[in-house]
Design a protein around this ligand. Structure first.
Ligand code: PLP
Length: 489
């Protein structure tokens, strides 16, 4: 291969990586000039990209030119300060540097021996974060529990559901799978339903209990108790309860303490999904939303949502790591090694679905070290203040209403014209969202609660400042004025 290609040459890497960093830094400098929501039509890319790979190498500059001309138009700019959709997906310099290093080292840390630092750093940093959240000691690695980084909250709920299922099957026998019942509110993320599908839990045994505005869409302990009693009376086996702190639609917070006690009385696994709002709970004034976490068997939050850690980094803690390991471990000959055989180490392959795993703790560790706890608290508080500011703007405009009280940095609101039935109001709000997003100036998403079509403005992009909130409100007001005029004609 003399004179052939050199896919990894340190000096070429240095030169090309500098160009890429420049490209990314320029992207961030000009991020506000792009439409936040990509405005391309489905299939746009096939028309402008060749239909087979090149035979000969091309220059990096050519590729970068294509990225600018063909890829960027098809990007929705999640890092734009004007991105208010879904929940945020944070990036930061520290998170990016950690990702870069992880990509640079490119290790596959499935067992301790495959890169001891990857395993040990993950355990240590997750203990740090558990302490920041004031999680009970049982979740720390010093006892029977510990933390593990999953890719997403969906993987987190799946692995704990599998652990809980197998624990129940050991207790009630393998043939009892058709009797196992899962409970959560109807506001719980669809990831739970998917976990049930994958885990072989019968669809009719997945109870998504009804919530309404009387509890601000939180799960009522009475409704849960009633459902469990009915199921037990019919010979079914309640085995898993999922509560949410910060639901996806409206950031509802389930009453953890009361639910946890019910789970304990019924010997059920109790999982808490705090994918988005978990980050806020590092602030002492928001920590009370986690009161009751001491009753939980597992707790999950996405550091990649709102804690300045680039995607992906979903952090899961369990109190009994052996339950996870019993469900997920395999021990083939080709992976055997002295440290694992001697039970001296953690092998994270046994805490997750895939074998291979990236060195994701680097970015979490770098984020915590380069920013420090105090800055992180202020970062989160600032977003919550900005959301409060937006909520105030909405509430003084008589044409709008705040639909559910704001808890963290999400505001749920809608246009409420003086006349028109619910269908008409819903249509008007759907139209408003459509025209607002098609301006490209801001991006918001929606939900439906009790039949009402609602606009969601989630603050949390690292670049968002007060001026972006004011400008977003102006876009919403202007488009609402035009829309109302059209409707009144
Ligand atoms: N749980 C909650 C409360 C969420 O809001 C989300 C996504 O927004 C998820 C779970 C699923 O997240 P992931 O994409 O990490 O699976």
């Amino acid at each position: 291969m003399e004179g052939g290609m050199k896919p990894m040459d340190a000096e070429q890497l240095r030169e090309n990586a500098h160009k890429m960093v420049d490209f990314i830094a320029d992207y961030y400098k000009s991020i506000e000039s792009f439409p936040v929501l990509s405005q391309v039509e489905p299939g746009y890319l096939r028309k402008i990209i060749p239909d087979s790979a090149p035979n000969q190498p091309e220059s990096l500059q050519n590729v970068l030119d294509d990225i600018q001309a063909k890829i960027i138009p098809g990007v929705t700019h999640w890092q734009s300060p004007n991105f208010f959709g879904y929940f945020p997906s944070n990036s930061s310099i520290a998170g990016f540097l950690g990702e870069m290093l992880s990509g640079g080292l490119n290790i596959v840390g499935f067992s301790w021996v495959t890169s001891p630092a990857a395993t040990e750093l993950e355990t240590i940093v997750l203990d740090w974060l558990a302490k920041m959240l004031k999680l009970p000691e049982d979740f720390l690695s010093s006892g029977q529990g510990g933390g593990v980084i999953q890719g997403t909250a969906s993987e987190a709920v799946l692995v704990v559901l599998l652990a809980a299922r197998d624990k129940a099957l050991r207790m009630f026998g393998r043939n009892s799978i058709g009797k196992l019942v899962v409970y959560a509110s109807d506001q719980t993320h669809s990831a739970l339903r998917k976990a049930c599908q994958i885990g072989g839990i019968h669809a009719e045994n997945c109870r998504l209990l009804k919530t309404d505005s009387s509890t601000n869409y939180a799960l009522s302990p009475e409704v849960l108790t009633e459902a469990i009693s009915q199921d037990t009376a019919s010979g079914l086996v309640p085995f898993f309860l999922c509560a949410t702190v910060g639901t996806t639609s409206s950031t509802a917070v389930d009453p953890l303490l009361a639910l946890g006690k019910i789970a304990k009385d019924n010997k059920m696994w109790f999982h808490i999904d705090a994918a988005y709002a978990g980050s806020a709970c590092i602030c002492p004034e928001y920590r009370h939303y986690l009161n009751g976490v001491e009753e939980a068997d597992s707790f999950n939050m996405n550091a990649h949502k709102w804690l300045l850690t680039n995607f992906d980094c979903s952090v899961l803690w369990v109190k009994d790591r052996s339950a996870l390991i019993q469900s997920l471990s395999t021990n083939p000959e080709y992976l055997k090694n002295k440290a694992s055989e001697g039970n001296m180490v953690v092998d994270y392959k046994d805490w997750q679905i895939p074998l291979g795993r990236r060195f994701r703790s680097l970015k979490l560790w770098m984020m915590l070290r380069l920013y420090g706890q105090e800055n992180l608290l202020n970062y989160l508080r600032n977003h919550i203040e900005l959301a409060k500011y937006f909520e105030e703007l909405v509430s003084v405009d008589q044409r709008f209403e705040i639909v559910v009280p704001r808890t963290f940095s999400l505001v749920c609101f809608r246009l409420l014209p003086p006349q028109g039935d619910e269908d008409c109001i819903n249509k008007m709000n759907r139209d408003l969202l459509e025209v607002v997003n098609s301006t490209g100036k801001i991006f918001l998403s929606h939900t439906i609660l009790s039949g009402k079509y609602i606009l969601r403005l989630a603050v949390g992009a690292p670049l968002t400042e007060g001026r972006h909130i004011s400008a977003a409100w102006k876009v919403l007001q202007d488009e609402a004025t035009t829309l109302l005029e059209q409707y009144m004609k």
